[in-house]
Design a binder for this molecule. Structure first.
Ligand code: MF3
Ligand code: CO
Ligand code: CO
Length: 257
């Protein structure tokens, strides 16, 4: 069921989105040599609580597993749902993808960003640029009258233009009252199932995840971390947006300009 949002919902979402963006910016400032993913997770968790909000991911249940952290931190070949463990220490060159969800006064916002540590190879800089471009092109498609598949194809076309591959199985989603609401928004056209019209007052989390070498993915034995099947690197950017009558409005904020 798709939940359309009224103006009261929208102002709640704006506040959650503002805190989520600030938390993500804090996370980005901690992506330095020798810092661990656990350090970032704890700092983000404390930051969210200090703003009278809760981490959306903490104790979130997916298919009878419970997630025990406040962020997902995925490095290099990890696409999404990487665990923010003490043993995951940042070492250049590295791509660090941080995903944050904030629950404030009844509303969830969800946002993610890719941070480069040190001199990552030029092709990986291109991967970051392509994935961010895919995010903004996908958002442009999120307007009344278009279809969900228009978002998917914008991500697909952008990835392919650079010779990259949108990850299979992982998706964007409606967001707001729940962390994950309908509709599902595939990153890869092969995952398109039931398409639907985009309507005013939808709120969506659009989140391209794009891999260098293959669309194929594998889930690690930890049950959470999704990695590329070929070990190639991946990038991820996510905004929470509102579909206005005249087009999309981004509620979360760009992190690096
Ligand atoms: N970060 C995911 C998203 O953007 C959701 C994480 S759910 C968790 O949709 F259980 F892993 F926390
Ligand atoms: Co997210
Ligand atoms: Co999301």
């Amino acid at each position: 069921m798709i939940i359309l949002k009224n103006d009261i919902d929208l102002s709640g979402l704006r506040e959650a989105a503002r805190i989520a963006s600030a938390a993500l910016r804090l996370a980005g400032s901690m992506v330095r040599e020798g810092v661990s993913a656990e350090d970032v997770d704890e700092a983000v968790r404390d930051f969210i609580y200090s703003h009278g909000a809760e981490p959306s991911f903490l104790n979130y249940e997916v298919e009878d597993k419970i997630y025990r952290w406040s962020t997902c931190i995925s490095i290099n070949n990890e696409i999404v749902h990487g665990l923010p463990l003490r043993s995951k220490v940042f070492r250049a060159p590295m791509l660090v993808k941080v995903d944050v969800g904030v629950y404030k006064d009844g509303y969830h916002a969800d946002t993610a960003w890719t941070f480069a540590l040190g001199e990552v190879p030029p092709r990986m800089r291109t991967l970051m640029r392509a994935t961010k471009e895919a995010l903004y092109r996908a958002i442009e498609e999120a307007r009344p009258g278009n279809r969900i598949s228009d978002i998917t194809y914008a991500i697909y076309r952008t990835a392919r233009r650079y010779g990259f591959h949108p990850a299979e199985t992982v998706t964007g989603h409606g967001v707001g009252i729940e962390l994950h609401e309908d509709p599902i928004i595939p990153n890869n056209p092969r995952d398109l199932d039931r398409d639907g019209r985009i309507k005013p007052r939808m709120t969506l989390a659009i989140e391209p995840m794009i891999n260098v070498g293959t669309e194929k993915v594998i889930t690690l034995p930890d049950g959470w971390t999704i990695v590329t099947a070929d070990g190639s690197w991946s990038a991820h950017y996510e905004h929470t947006i509102y579909v206005g009558e005249d087009g999309p409005e981004i509620l979360t904020e760009d992190i690096d300009g």
